[in-house]
Ligand binder design. Sequence first.
Ligand code: BDR
Ligand code: CA
Length: 316
Amino acid sequence: KKKIILDLDTGIDDTLAISYILGSPEVELIGITSTYGNVLVDQGIRNDLAVTDLLGHPEVPVYPGESHALNADSFAVSDISAFIHGKNGIGDVNIPDSFRNAESMNAVDFIIDSVKKYGKDLTFVPTGPETNIAKALQKAPEIKDEIGSIVIMGGALTVCGNVSATTEANISQDPEACDILFRSGAPVTMVGLDVTLQTLMTYKDSQQWREIGTSAATFLADMVDYYIKAYETTSPHLGGCGLHDPLAAAVAVDPTLVTTLDMNMKVDTEGEIRGRTIGDNERLNDPHKTIKVAVGVDKERFLNEFMTRIGNLAAS
Ligand code: BDR
Ligand code: CA
């Protein structure tokens, strides 16, 4: 079985990524590493523990990760993140806190240990800023050749960003960290706004979960309705909410859901274009490409898998 680590700033769509992976019997979620972004890292940990409990998987360990970007010494949640994900990150829906605690090992060491243990069988899926994986690559650079794959939700190549014309939210939090990842040589698949804004969820879909009637399904429906409502304000043209993080999770399970371009990528770290993900001119002629950038997605197949897998999990 493929082993998965989710690296999350648990947020609404991060919660959907957890749900997707737990609803996918062909993979094993060996742990969640927490980070900051949609929420502070402590709130993220709280959400990871509470959500995995509610979804019937209290065995999933949660590892505390970085609380701020590499070149910063603190982090504050932006007003826009709080608006889109709610103050508590899960659409201001109240669910019981877990009785469990996070693990004592930190996220960076757990990532390194897991690569040593599982090697090519391990897929690492960051759906927040890339700070934890950048730190792991700095501490143990050899893991770039040992890990199976890293599937990130982040960036935009063929469309504009969502925090500025050039920048997507996760990359904006820590451009240096993503640049370290892109230049490391590790095998990365970038699932960015190019594809995640093609996969949308509507009230009609959440209603299907609501009708299941379990507490898990009702929670997911309430949380997603909050998210769709926020999207109605921020992106009324879309007609739904973007399924960013669960698409990255789905690609980790089944890479054939997307079509990709083989590229060598970098992140701009200076000036107005800080945070832009773009092809690296200096490595344009290097025949060895390490990043697969998703530019096409089988929307119908993904949405079908998404509704079914999460529906089945929430019903059980
Ligand atoms: C990404 O930013 C976060 O707000 C979401 O959880 C997602 O990971 C989308 O740009
Ligand atoms: Ca996220």
